[in-house]
Design a protein. Structure first.
Length: 287
């Protein structure tokens, strides 16, 4: 008969802490990302560290625009933009404006594992150069850089010219439906239509209800496309009717009086005789 065995530990591991976290390490050989402690333990916003870790885990060429990050994270555009600015100020992120072979200007993002690290003997990483124009141009070879380079879309549209009330209405949509996350460019494009609704006398709660009620369970297109369709196809309400002019000067109605001659009722400001009695008395006096 075999001796009874137990899975319980006979004694605590030597040197194990009595409080705090205890790491259970697993050796990873694939699908992992190396992050410096300076970045992982950086004091400040947890959103900033999460965005940095996510960008480091992406392969080169992945989009890291504000719209792309908002699709991955539940945080809104304001927090994502603030996190990118903090990473840029700390030296982890660098944005460069580069001209493509077609003449278009794009913004290219470089992300560094360590800010101010050794760029190597060839100096800091240079942006990839476009190929020389040919009759049948070949695809440019990817440049070898020490930083993670991610191509993003065109620069976002500024919201300085947009109606702030319209932008506020569009920003509050994600509070009702978390799927309605808009980029800066999309909000600026939808703001004029919302401004027309506001100018027509429609309040912000009514616009929010119009744009969020009856949405499908699964959005097959970007939320901005659905919102643009609803703003375009829904007719503007008719303007409220003008108030009727108030009549201030009304003719006064004289009270009823009883004629002293014939006891007939007639309207007059003071007691006396009716018109017939007054006319008859004048005729008799004249005869």
């Amino acid at each position: 008969m075999a001796d009874p065995q137990s899975n319980a530990r006979l004694r605590a591991d030597a040197g194990a802490p009595t409080s705090g976290v205890i790491h259970v390490r697993t050796r990873l050989t694939a699908d992992f990302t190396v992050i410096s402690n300076a970045l992982a333990q950086r004091r400040g916003s947890a959103v900033t560290i999460g965005v940095a870790a996510y960008i480091l885990s992406l392969p080169d060429g992945s989009p890291v625009s504000i719209a792309a990050l908002c699709e991955h994270f539940t945080e809104g555009e304001i927090l994502i933009s603030r996190a990118l600015r903090e990473l840029e100020a700390a030296g982890y992120l660098e944005r460069r404006r580069e001209r493509l072979a077609t003449g278009q200007i794009r913004t290219r993002t470089y992300f560094y594992d360590v800010p101010g690290g050794d760029p190597g003997p060839d100096g800091p990483p240079e942006p990839p150069k476009p190929p020389r124009p040919r009759k049948q141009p070949a695809a440019p070879a990817p440049a070898e850089v020490t930083a993670t380079s991610v191509t993003v879309g065109e620069d976002p549209v500024s919201l300085t010219d947009a109606d702030p009330q319209a932008i506020a209405v569009l920003s509050r949509l994600r509070r009702v439906d978390p799927r309605l996350v808009l980029s800066v460019r999309e909000a600026a494009r939808l703001a004029p239509a919302v401004s027309q609704w506001l100018a027509a006398g429609v309040g912000a709660p009514e616009i929010t209800e119009l744009l969020t009620t009856g949405l499908p369970d699964r959005l097959l297109v970007r939320p901005a496309g659905i919102l643009a369709f609803r703003l375009r196809e829904t007719p503007l309400p008719a303007p409220p009717p003008l108030p009727l002019p108030q009549i201030t000067d009304r003719p006064s109605v004289q009270p009823f009086q009883t004629c002293d001659g014939c006891d007939r009722a007639f309207r007059a400001p003071h007691p006396g005789r009716c018109r017939d009695c007054r006319d008859g008395g004048r005729l008799r006096a004249a005869g």
